[in-house]
Design a protein around this ligand. Structure first.
Ligand SMILES: [Zn+2]
Length: 429
């Protein structure tokens, strides 16, 4: 039923796409395959090759310890770039400089076919290691998975853009992902979900072999619900259960959450040899790594081919800025403060105007503004905006701002932002 619904909706998009294909004398196989893939996630899953996955783990491990800033780390980044390139996938470096370090993330992209969509889905891993480890599982397993998934998905086309990103500097403070998320936010990138496999290649018990953990903050629960549906839908092919876990802030998905995006960290069930000399290819469970990669492929493929009919995003205030009297004055990114969750926080001295962009195929009934999950104000006409303030009591300190859009057919979309407010503005009546 689930897949049939997607097919019906996608068919209308196909009808728009097909004439363009037919105008060509020779139809490229990549475009033809767009029709097939609606029915054929099973086929994509079956193309995940266990030996290739393991060979990626071995190749990455062969660079040795890849501590950020070392030559081994740089060479590993270049190898990942070359591997994407050999697959024919568009790839670039995202160079960054932070905390006295210069390094680069590797970004491969399958552009979406729907020109009206700015939606992006990210699947990410890290290629650096802690000191004294060759990181076959942490996170050679995640890098191997994104390489193998990119290779297979690049043979198809999707509605929305998919990016495969290998970060550096995860182990020293998630600086690579922080720099990427910060730049994406300033660039208004419409990243709808980030899936971050990190340590997905080890299973040493029967239970461990059948479970993959998803760590998430509440507002990203929809991604895990989606993953769980996929795991049930393709259980015969993959045989992996989704295990729900509370969020953990020390992985690369957190940088995106700090900048207002949704994301999850994906990891194995059993405890691992991460950060030890035993994190070697020999301790990778090939069968389990293959299952993990299959489930991740099915999730990202299904997400990227599903239409997004309704979205709400904060326009102002800008994430990670300091505001005084409704004027954005300077960046306050606090990139080293990942553990305090001050990173990406928006600071407001005096009130600031919040405005939202709503994209909806149905008519919008109203937008509700909430502080800490409680209704404060609403706006029924665009532009949807509100001066951030307390009700009966001024806002002082750390809060979260939330906007709900409701359509006339009753659909709801939400966005959230962490704010730190010093203001006496208040609706007293
Ligand atoms: Zn890791």
């Amino acid at each position: 039923m689930f897949r049939r619904t997607i097919f019906v909706i996608n068919l209308t998009i196909l009808l728009m796409v097909l004439p363009i294909h037919n105008s060509s004398t020779e139809i490229p196989s990549k475009q033809m395959s767009y029709i097939d893939q609606l029915f054929d996630i099973e086929s994509m899953i079956s193309q995940i090759n266990s030996s290739t996955l393991y060979s990626y783990v071995e190749s990455l491990s062969s660079f040795g310890c890849r501590y950020t800033g070392t030559e081994n780390c740089s060479k590993a980044g270049e190898w990942i770039y070359d591997t994407f390139k050999k697959m024919g996938v568009s790839v670039s470096f995202h160079d960054w400089r932070y905390a006295g370090l210069t390094s680069r993330n590797v970004v491969a992209t399958i552009p979406g076919m729907d020109c009206s969509s700015t939606v992006e889905y990210l699947i990410t891993a890290h290629y650096d290691t802690s000191n004294g480890s060759i990181g076959s599982n942490d996170d050679g397993s995640g890098v191997a998975a994104i390489l193998e998934i990119a290779k297979i998905l690049s043979r198809y086309s999707f509605l929305h853009t998919i990016r495969f990103i290998a970060f550096s500097a995860e182990e020293i403070g998630t600086y690579g992902s922080f720099c990427y998320a910060r730049d994406a936010c300033r660039n208004n990138d419409n990243i709808r979900a980030v899936i971050n496999p990190d340590i997905i290649g080890g299973a040493y018990s029967e239970e461990g072999g059948n479970h993959l953990r998803f760590f998430y903050p509440l507002r990203s629960k929809w991604i895990v619900d989606f993953a769980q549906n996929i795991s049930l839908q393709f259980f015969d092919e993959i045989e992996l259960h989704v295990e729900m876990f509370p969020n953990y802030i020390g992985a690369d998905h957190q940088a995106f959450i700090d900048y207002g995006y949704d994301g999850v960290w994906v990891a194995q069930h059993d405890s691992s040899y991460a950060h030890t000399i035993n994190d070697t290819p020999e301790n990778i469970n090939k069968t389990y790594l293959t299952k993990s990669a299959k489930l991740l492929l099915a999730i990202i493929a299904q997400l990227a081919m599903q239409p997004v009919d309704f979205q709400i995003c904060f326009n102002t205030p800008y994430e990670g800025y300091g505001y005084m009297l409704n004027t954005p004055l300077f960046h306050m990114d606090f990139g080293k403060q990942w553990y305090t969750q001050l990173r990406g926080m928006t600071y407001i001295l005096g009130s600031a105007l919040t405005s939202v962009n709503v994209y909806a195929k149905d008519d919008v009934e109203y937008v509700i503004f909430c502080i800490d999950g409680n209704f404060i104000a609403w706006d029924s006409l665009p532009p949807y905006e509100w001066y951030i303030q307390g009700k009966h009591f001024p806002l002082l300190g750390r809060h979260f701002l939330q906007a709900y859009a409701v359509t006339k057919t009753g659909s709801i979309a939400t966005d959230e932002m962490d704010i730190y407010v010093l203001s006496l503005s208040c609706e007293y009546s």
